[in-house]
Design a protein around this ligand. Structure first.
Ligand code: NAI
Length: 383
């Protein structure tokens, strides 16, 4: 049986990390299932390669294929400057309604970390990807738009806003919040995770962040009553597989440092999610190996979390680990957890042998630097 995966090579280091990483993914599937399963890779054009070949950074054929796709994976894409849109990544997320940004954070033995017990971190962040202050509704101080909005807030709503302020709007809906929390709860249940924590700043922003919390608990009660319980219900002796709890975002940052074992799946709003994903990645030793996926209801679009790294592109220095681990997430998602487990074991093995790309070598004492291609080969051999 073959599983179709659309892929976009990406710009900068994209071609190198694909060349090093794709054989590892294919080999893991081959090793786990013999010839019974395989990945069928179908290339789609986007970014600079697409522009060179078609004159468009995001050709219609690519978007049409992605609209009907279930699985896709991309390398990093350069944000073209002054080409009429903000970013290809943002365009893809918006047009495909990739509303959940999901990032697992786990520790790999041997990588230096700023905390004492990085191995206690095993979390997965579900970040809402379409709403919140990221909606792009903001006006610079002193502009006619800002003045108009401030006048409305003052005159019609009696709000106290300084006339000289820059202003932004933070829209959040029940639909947007609930579908994110629903995905997080579903994931926790399907993967045997013990808890989902709603992280929010609802004590201050009651009708946005606070509403996120309320909507989150609502989804749990309305749709997962059989399998999810609150902390209070758990204390009262309840026994259901998943606990839903909530923490104020600032406390959450303290708690993941001090009591990491208490947290597993984290469901959170767009801005909080941006911060906590990177903070947790740093807690286990940096962003070099962090994988990710953006999901709609139909499409899971996997990608490494780094950018195009233009200063090292074409030099065989890039670390393909983030792409390979994104591929492992894809394999898990596509029902091939045995192949994903082989990859995780290989990453552990190669890191413990201390033969790594230059970025990781800086974080591993006594490490020998290898190139992108060789790192991929070592991982392939370590499966
Ligand atoms: P970046 O992630 O490309 O680079 C930041 C630093 O990390 C650089 O020092 C780079 O050399 C290093 N680095 C990144 N990936 C690496 C890897 N795999 N191995 C070794 N070192 C690595 O971020 P930056 O410089 O802010 O962005 C460069 C371009 O990438 C921009 O055009 C940006 O818009 C784009 N970008 C695209 C993303 C995506 O497609 N999802 C995400 C982030 C940035």
């Amino acid at each position: 049986m073959s599983t179709k995966v659309y892929y976009i090579e990406g710009d900068g280091i994209g071609p190198e990390v694909w060349a090093a990483g794709r054989p590892v993914l294919d080999a893991a599937v081959e090793k786990a299932y013999g010839g019974a399963r395989a990945l069928e890779w179908v290339e789609l054009l986007a970014g600079e390669k697409a522009y060179r070949e078609t004159g468009s950074h995001l050709p219609d054929e690519t978007m049409n294929a992605l609209r009907g796709a279930a699985l896709a994976m991309k390398g990093p894409l350069t944000t073209p400057v002054g080409k009429g849109f903000r970013s290809l990544n943002v365009t893809l997320r918006q047009v495909l309604d990739l509303y959940a940004c999901i990032r697992p954070i786990r520790y790999f033995e041997g990588v230096q970390s700023p905390v004492k017990r990085p191995q206690d971190v095993d979390m997965i962040v579900f970040r809402e990807n379409t709403e919140d202050v990221y909606a792009g509704i903001e006006y610079a101080a002193g502009t006619p738009e800002a003045r108009k909005l401030i006048a409305f807030l003052r005159d019609e709503l009696g709000a106290r806003v300084d006339e000289a302020a820059g202003v932004g709007v933070k829209p959040m809906t029940a639909k947007g919040s609930k579908r994110l929390v629903r995905k997080a709860l579903r994931f926790a249940l399907d993967h045997g995770k013990p808890s989902v924590t709603l992280s929010h700043k609802g004590n201050i922003m009651k009708h946005t962040e606070g509403a996120f919390r309320a909507w989150g608990y609502e989804v749990a009660a309305e749709e997962f009553a059989e399998s999810v319980m609150t902390e209070d219900e758990a204390k009262a002796g309840g026994s259901r597989p998943v606990i839903i709890k909530d923490r104020i975002a600032d406390a959450m940052f303290q708690n993941v440092l001090m009591y990491p074992r208490d947290y597993s799946v984290i469901a959170t709003t767009n801005l909080n999610g941006d911060y906590i994903s990177d903070a947790l990645a740093a807690q286990v030793g940096g962003l070099g190996l962090a994988p990710g996926v953006n999901m709609s209801d139909g499409l899971a679009f996997f990608e490494p979390t780094h950018g195009t790294a233009p200063t090292i592109a074409g030099q065989d220095k890039a670390n393909p680990g983030s792409l390979i681990l994104s591929g492992a997430m894809l394999l898990e998602h596509a029902g091939m957890p045995e192949a994903a487990a082989l990859i995780h074991a290989a990453v552990n093995r190669v890191i413990s042998q201390k033969r790594v790309t230059v970025d990781l070598a800086g974080q591993i004492e006594g490490a020998t630097v290898v190139g992108c291609r060789e790192f991929g080969e070592l991982l392939g051999a370590g499966l």
